[in-house]
Design a protein around this ligand. Structure first.
Ligand SMILES: Cc1cc2nc3c(=O)[nH]c(=O)nc-3n(C[C@H](O)[C@H](O)[C@H](O)COP(=O)(O)O)c2cc1C
Length: 310
């Protein structure tokens, strides 16, 4: 099981999932803490936060401190929690997946991804699938936890949380982050994985976490995610041509980009949500297909909830 978290949110989710596995005498768990050689700051300074987008969008991995893994470990199942940075897997997790040992560790292995982010994760999961495919891993399940507050509120509360460390900087808006009840309820995934491992179900191809409300996709966000991904990629290429991460010469372009980005977010996101609401009858089938695609493999069904709810 991998572990990296800046605020502790993803570590707490990871802990809930891993606890039932650790408590089982027949299961041994290896926790691998990812430590970037040059740690990312938290709370972030405004420019270092913004400066992380070109490398995130282009998945240019930073160097990690040596892993405790050697590459010859034979895991039955790999749990891979990650946060989203600029619509891509966070850089420390990308660094693990691009590490020379990742192929040896993951080739042919069943993987469960666990995402905790604001609410835009669909394009990141597409990138994650490419990274996992390159390692020859088999994606069995995907669990997603997002902020329950409305998109237009988290557009403000999440950046303030990341820049100040305070979840409730805006007293009028709901606190940033995944709510405590949803985090506590993650133990159901650990319990279900424990039972699946006892029955060797990880050797098969069926998801282990179906029927447990593992993921609920909001297909209306895909349009904004696609526009954002393209913009991060193009501007990211320009910024990477201008200078290296942290170099002052990137700043003028970063200032230009943030102005453009704020205008984009304040116009495209609400506009695309409004348009899709107006065109809902026409888009119904396409939205349903997108929802199904992004909720695969684990799904949003709840039929096994009563077995594992505590
Ligand atoms: C640099 C950066 C970029 C982020 N970009 C996104 C994003 O594109 N989509 C999203 O839903 N959340 C985004 N987030 C929020 C994170 O996914 C995550 O929820 C938050 O950083 C807390 O994670 P932690 O467990 O590392 O503390 C971003 C966070 C950071 C630090």
């Amino acid at each position: 099981m991998l572990n990296y978290s800046q605020t502790g949110q993803l570590s707490e989710i990871t802990r809930r999932i891993v606890e039932p596995l650790q408590q089982d005498k027949k299961i041994s768990v290896h926790m691998e803490l990812l430590r970037p050689l040059k740690p990312y700051p938290f709370p972030w300074k405004f420019f270092s936060f913004l400066d992380a987008f070109p490398e995130s969008a282009h998945m240019i991995a930073p160097a990690l401190q040596p892993l405790t893994l050697r590459g010859n470990e034979k895991f039955d199942l790999v749990i891979l929690p990650y946060q989203v940075w600029f619509l891509a897997p966070s850089l420390p997790v990308t660094a693990f997946l691009k590490h020379p040992l990742a192929k040896e560790l993951l080739s042919g292995k069943p993987v469960v991804t666990v995402i905790a982010c604001r609410n835009m994760w669909m394009m990141a999961q597409e990138k994650m699938k490419t990274l996992l495919n390159a390692c020859g891993a088999r994606l069995l399940d995907n669990v997603v936890l997002t902020d329950s507050a409305p998109t237009m509120a988290t557009l403000f509360t999440t950046p303030m949380w990341l820049l100040t460390g305070k979840r409730d900087w805006f007293r009028m808006l709901p606190p940033a982050g995944v709510d405590a009840a949803s985090i506590n309820a993650c133990s159901r995934f650990g319990l279900a994985l424990r039972d699946a491992l006892h029955a060797n179900q990880e050797r098969g191809t069926a998801p282990l976490l179906a029927g447990l409300k593992a993921v609920k996709a909001d297909p209306r966000l895909l349009l904004s995610e696609k526009a954002g991904t393209r913009s991060f990629y193009l501007w990211g290429a320009l910024l990477r041509a201008v200078g290296k991460p942290g170099q002052l010469r990137r700043r003028p372009l970063l200032i230009m980009y943030i102005t453009f980005l704020i205008a984009l977010i304040l116009s495209i996101v609400p506009l695309s949500l409004l348009l899709q609401a107006l065109l809902r009858p026409l888009l119904k089938r396409r939205l349903a297909a997108t929802k199904h695609k992004f909720e695969t493999p684990s799904g949003s069904g709840s039929e096994r909830m009563s077995l594992y709810e505590q």
